[in-house]
Design a protein around this ligand. Sequence first.
Ligand SMILES: C[S@@+](CC[C@H](N)C(=O)[O-])C[C@H]1O[C@@H](n2cnc3c(N)ncnc32)[C@H](O)[C@@H]1O
Length: 205
Amino acid sequence: MLRLLEATPGATGVGIDLNEDDLARGRAGAEARGLAERVRFVQESAVDTTQGPADLVLCLGASHALSEAQPPEHTTAALRALRRLVTPGGRVLLGEAFWHRPPTRGELSAMWPDASASEFHDLAGLVDLAVAAGFRPSWIETAGRDEWEHFESAYQSDVEEWLAAHPDHPLAKETRDRVDRHRSTWLRGYRDVMGLAYLTLVPVS
Ligand SMILES: C[S@@+](CC[C@H](N)C(=O)[O-])C[C@H]1O[C@@H](n2cnc3c(N)ncnc32)[C@H](O)[C@@H]1O
């Protein structure tokens, strides 16, 4: 959102999250980019939000935040909410998980607790859901392996660097266990199986 506001002089933005630390990070980023006057970060649930409508609605890895529906219905529920939140002539950018191929039983058991093959759709099924919710897909792209590896490594590297500097810290063992579990979830579970689609969606009546 901050990058888009920088590229669009005069535009204003609202960021919604429940997590105050993330909101504070967003506010600091806005301040650093000289955008503080054009942006608000609000701590509230996005379920049934009264914010908006907006000309551009960004929902990246956060469709679960738009409704209380459980997977796999949460994607349809999120698309309905996004359809309500976008102005006529506006656009939605949805970043949503999908299966590149059906996960094996072994891969599912290495993912998060209760991971299930019905949790996500394939890419064609995901785009069909968007069309059924009142959108046309004007751009369809997916995160490549390089992007995934950069995302995962950047996330885990912070923790590994902290562990390297604090090997005897009282929290080192639980931190090491946590990052070991996460790395295994990725490398034995969803790597090359779960994708992330970026759909630019045009609302239609
Ligand atoms: C995977 S993160 C995506 C974060 C965001 N796209 C970004 O780039 O920083 C999912 C976010 O959804 C937030 N979240 C979860 N439930 C929510 C809800 N009901 N309302 C608003 N935010 C929620 C979490 O706090 C988390 O920051």
